[in-house]
Ligand binder design. Structure first.
Ligand code: ASP
Length: 429
């Protein structure tokens, strides 16, 4: 196959062209055209992906659980998944804290820039106070829905869908086989249909990604590209610190994870899931990327469906390595910028609160910065400090979402290997 026919190249071309278009548009006054005529194609593409997310998770998880036909395996796999997710999140935060303390990006922010950033953005990021009322029990209560249709009508309720699907799967394996046979077949063929639909939607990916990228640039630059450049320069050290932390996490933590739990090479892993990472990057939503992550993980990484259909939806909702790392860096950066010294105890508090905040963050654009409020409040850093980092958040959101998606896929490989459910790799695009 010629290189430009391969999906990941088409997505990369879409990304680059979108970036260029955004820059041209912002400097030539075509923003209205970009927002009015190009942006809708990006929205349609994301909507299509979100549209299949709920049915896909429900159907594939029911198929997965009913093929397990063994309760103890389900509990074992569940326990393992949560433990590995927690471990990678804690490592991500530790890396974030180390990098931000070493680089100390907050001290390089000139006083004048700090004041003007605060003036520009103050008030924008502070309407999220009630998120700090979340407790672990609240979190558990929110997993159990009162009404299935209400959960299915809201993409943010993915954990509720996971819960219902597991219940349904358990019900199916608890009745005599001749009674459940037809239902299993229905779910099985529905599953095939949905996967085919995801394939079709992905044909639009290059256009969707182009439109998304162009809109991000236009939003960031506004009417004057120079403003955006000044902002990027002022926050360059902070942004580079986040990106450096994310790269260290991906290349160190996931390769160690593979060394311990599977024999997969990191390069093969990336090659197999490339389109999902690129899509996470361009949509800034692990939830919207989920259908593609599932497809890549099953069809290309060789993870059995009974593992991926459990590990990935749970991961897209609670496992956000990129987000937790970013929250650690952001909290310390804001403290540094306003001249606050954080003690070791406060940095430890960041470890716990950023874990909780990343678990609580939904897999949608901007969720991470909203949940950052919890982290800041826990260490008494003024929440208004969010104003300092808001301007570049859209870009960092793209990077951290790509890591969130990568993390879920990596853990699914680890869990599949330990369960003896890892097949062979396929690089067919
Ligand atoms: N956008 C991220 C995601 O969907 C969440 C965040 O804002 O950090 O994974």
């Amino acid at each position: 196959m010629r290189w430009y026919k391969k999906l990941h190249w088409q997505i990369i071309i879409g990304l680059v062209l979108g970036l260029l278009w955004g820059l041209v548009s912002a400097s030539s006054g075509w923003n209205e055209f970009t927002s009015g005529t190009i942006r809708p194609f990006g929205t349609i593409f994301i909507n299509l992906l979100k549209l299949v997310a709920v049915p896909l998770v429900l159907v594939s998880l029911v198929v997965g659980v009913s093929s397990l036909n063994n309760m103890s395996r389900l509990t074992r796999m569940g326990g393992k998944t949560i433990l590995i997710y927690l471990a990678t999140t804690l490592l991500a935060i530790t890396i974030g804290l180390t990098v931000v303390n070493v680089v100390d990006p907050g001290s390089s922010l000139p006083e004048s820039t700090r004041v003007s950033l605060m003036e520009n953005y103050s008030g924008t990021g502070t309407n999220t106070k009630n998120t700090s009322e979340n407790s672990i029990l609240d979190f558990l209560v929110r997993i159990v829905p009162q009404n299935f249709f209400a959960s299915a009508s809201e993409n943010g309720n993915m954990l509720q869908i996971v819960f219902v699907a597991i219940l349904l799967g358990l019900g199916i394996i608890s009745i005599p086989a001749q009674k459940s046979q037809t239902l299993i077949e229905v779910f099985d063929s529905l599953n095939e249909v949905i996967i085919k639909i995801v394939d079709l939607i992905m044909k639009l990916a290059p256009i969707g990604v182009f439109a998304l990228m162009a809109s991000v640039i236009v939003d960031l630059a506004g009417d004057d590209l120079r403003d955006a450049v000044t902002l990027l320069k002022a926050l360059a050290w902070y942004s580079l610190t986040v990106v450096a932390g994310l790269l260290i996490h991906v290349f160190v933590v996931y390769s160690v994870l593979f060394k311990i739990f599977s024999k997969m090479k990191l390069s093969d892993f990336f090659r197999a899931i490339r389109p999902a990472i690129l899509l996470g990057f361009s949509t800034s939503s692990s939830l919207a990327t989920l259908p593609v992550t599932m497809e890549r993980v099953e069809k290309h990484l060789g993870v059995a469906e009974e593992v991926s259909s459990f590990v990935l939806p749970v991961g897209a909702t609670i496992n956000m390595d990129g987000t937790s790392l970013y929250q650690a860096v952001a909290a310390v950066f804001i403290a540094q910028a306003i001249g606050m010294d954080l003690s070791l105890a406060q940095q430890l508090t960041i470890v716990f609160t950023a874990t909780a905040a990343s678990i609580g963050a939904a897999g949608v654009p901007g969720a991470g910065i909203i949940m950052l409020v919890i982290v800041l409040q826990a260490v008494q850093v003024p929440v208004e400090g969010i104003a300092l980092i808001l301007g570049v958040d859209r870009i960092l959101d793209m990077a951290r979402t790509a890591v969130n998606v990568t993390g879920d896929a990596a853990v699914s490989v680890a869990v599949a290997h330990t369960e003896g459910k890892l097949g062979t790799l396929h690089f067919d695009d």
